[in-house]
Design a binder for this molecule. Structure first.
Ligand SMILES: Nc1ncnc2c1ncn2[C@@H]1O[C@H](COP(=O)(O)OP(=O)(O)O)[C@@H](O)[C@H]1O
Ligand SMILES: Cc1cn([C@H]2C[C@H](O)[C@@H](COP(=O)(O)OP(=O)(O)O)O2)c(=O)[nH]c1=O
Length: 192
């Protein structure tokens, strides 16, 4: 099963993925974690470009779109293991939310595997900017407002759950577990 966490910067994806992994493993399930951008040479180049002031320009966004698409192709083989639950921090859905135009992003990602479940951590943009260190040029209210709008549009094409990420960490984790339970055969009555 391929579960993907999506959301704007600082939504709580990394924190929640760790809590979900622990819970799934306590329930006897094998879990593997992935993250995009990856730690490949392509991923490292992406992270460097994200710190450049021109990262949000149309030309650079097209370059980033191609680099993100290439970077995720490097891990596509890991997504076919049906004996594990693969949880990824981001996917090509991030490209649909952050980059554009949408039809081109879909085309260059047409070989990317579609997630079985997308968990969209929906956070207020002002809170996101407060939580982030401002290193990436994307971490500004104007850009992230557009990203948040894009997420709520593109997500409808997938099997998804929207999680209110403005709550405390334990409440968010409980909501995520309740959303995931039926997909992985765990009884949700056990979830506090
Ligand atoms: N529910 C929450 N309430 C308050 N702070 C949170 C919450 N979830 C995460 N944080 C904090 O916000 C920051 C970003 O969290 P992180 O899990 O790294 O988000 P992401 O992976 O989406 O960027 C971290 O400092 C983390 O401790
Ligand atoms: C995977 C992906 C990430 N991104 C952006 C989202 C983040 O701003 C940045 C990833 O940096 P990261 O530090 O991982 O941010 P976060 O903790 O919020 O995930 O790259 C895209 O623009 N397109 C993509 O396809």
């Amino acid at each position: 099963m391929y579960i993907v966490f999506e959301g704007i910067d600082g939504a709580g994806k990394s924190s929640q993925i760790q809590l979900l992994k622990e819970w799934l493993e306590e329930n006897g399930l094998e879990v593997e974690l992935l993250v995009e951008p990856t730690d490949s040479k392509v991923g490292k180049l992406i992270r460097e470009l994200l710190t450049y002031d021109n990262a949000t320009t149309e030309d650079m966004q097209k370059t980033l779109g191609l680099l993100f698409a290439a970077d995720r192709m490097l891990i596509m083989d890991k997504l076919n293991d049906e004996n594990k639950i693969i949880i990824s921090d981001r996917s090509f859905i991030s490209s649909l939310a952050y980059q554009e135009p949408k039809d081109w992003i879909n085309e260059i990602n047409k070989y990317a595997k579609k997630p079985d479940l997308v968990l969209l951590l929906d956070l207020d943009v002002a809170t996101s900017v407060k939580r982030c260190d401002g290193e990436d040029s994307f971490e500004n209210e104007e850009f992230l407002n557009k990203v948040k709008e894009n997420y709520l549009d593109v997500i409808k094409e997938f099997n998804y759950e929207i999680i209110d990420a403005n709550n405390g960490i334990n409440k968010v984790s409980s909501d995520i577990k309740k959303a995931v339970a039926s997909y992985v055969g765990i009884c949700s009555s056990q979830i506090p």
